[in-house]
Ligand binder design. Structure first.
Ligand SMILES: NC(=O)c1ccc[n+]([C@@H]2O[C@H](COP(=O)([O-])OP(=O)(O)OC[C@H]3O[C@@H](n4cnc5c(N)ncnc54)[C@H](OP(=O)(O)O)[C@@H]3O)[C@@H](O)[C@H]2O)c1
Length: 254
């Protein structure tokens, strides 16, 4: 039995791959041989840099996931460009801090924006990827949720936690009811991971807040998430379909 993670010949779409966890995942997948569709929103230059650095004929692809009409075209655009699609890693996400004392309009607008980017667009991408994977009787979906889905989050990040909870039940449903069509689906639930998003949180709460919370000495980094994604895309872990993998440095075990 080969224990080598080999993704050569596979095309993987990674959303939000211009920086942070998505960039780390793109690097990991390419390191295992995959051709990566490096999706970005605002940071084209960074996405180009990622794509060039990882090689394997990887390419960049733009889409604003807060615009559901744009999102509808993303999966097809990747298939058109690459000629195939083997796996999707839904990683792009936002965490908007809005106090529960904010006026209703501000609070609701933040809630809807969060849901559009984190959950609604992810669902559209999953629907389209599932349709394609059913045709080829093979495909992997890895959805990046969060520890917050299980542990809850502070009162200014309610929409964030709820959006990440929605990802969990969607992914479990895909795994259970499209499995016989060859579709495998997994949830990764990171804790604090050193990225721009976590920096925003730490600016608010302090780095000690994060460090005191974890069982290890170092905060998690994108490179600590990437190998698991590569393993799940490889097919070596297919019988774990539907599962959630916590990568939170022991800050929440359940
Ligand atoms: N960092 C953590 O502590 C942590 C913990 C648990 C879960 N997560 C989850 O892990 C994922 C990645 O987080 P991160 O920390 O790497 O975030 P990040 O550093 O803030 O990067 C976010 C990525 O998402 C993309 N993105 C944001 N808004 C978008 C939009 N409207 N349309 C399309 N793409 C958009 C960004 O693209 P551009 O830069 O091109 O605009 C960027 O590539 C998220 O789903 C997050 O919820 C993170």
């Amino acid at each position: 039995m080969s224990m080598k993670i080999d993704l050569s010949g596979k095309v993987v779409l990674v959303t939000g791959a211009s920086r942070g966890i998505g960039e780390g995942i793109a690097q990991g997948l390419a390191g295992a041989g995959a051709r990566v569709a490096v999706h970005y929103n605002h940071n084209k230059k960074e996405a180009e840099k990622v794509s060039q650095n990882i090689g394997n004929q990887s390419f960049i692809i733009n889409c604003d996931l807060s615009d559901l009409n744009q999102t509808t075209g993303l999966v097809d655009a990747v298939i058109q460009k690459a000629g195939r699609l083997d796996a999707v890693v839904n990683n792009a996400g936002i965490a908007i801090s809005v106090p529960d004392t904010a006026d209703d309009e501000t609070w609701t607008s933040a809630w809807l924006q969060t849901m559009n980017v984190n959950l609604n667009s992810l669902a559209i991408i999953c629907k389209q990827a599932v349709a394609h994977f059913k045709q080829q009787q093979q495909g992997h979906i890895i959805n990046i949720s969060s520890r917050a889905a299980f542990r809850g989050d502070t009162t200014d990040y309610l929409a964030y936690a709820a959006s990440k909870g929605g990802i969990v039940s969607l992914t479990r449903s895909i795994a259970r009811y499209y499995g016989k069509d060859g579709v495998k689906a997994f949830i990764i639930a990171p804790g604090f991971t050193r990225t721009d998003m976590a920096q925003d949180f730490m600016d608010q709460y302090g780095e000690d807040y994060a460090l005191n919370d974890i069982a290890l000495n170092q905060l998690t980094e994108p490179k600590d998430i990437a190998p698991m994604v590569a393993l799940l895309c490889s097919g070596l872990a297919d019988h774990a379909t539907g599962c959630t993998i916590d990568i939170n440095a022991g800050s929440y075990v359940h």
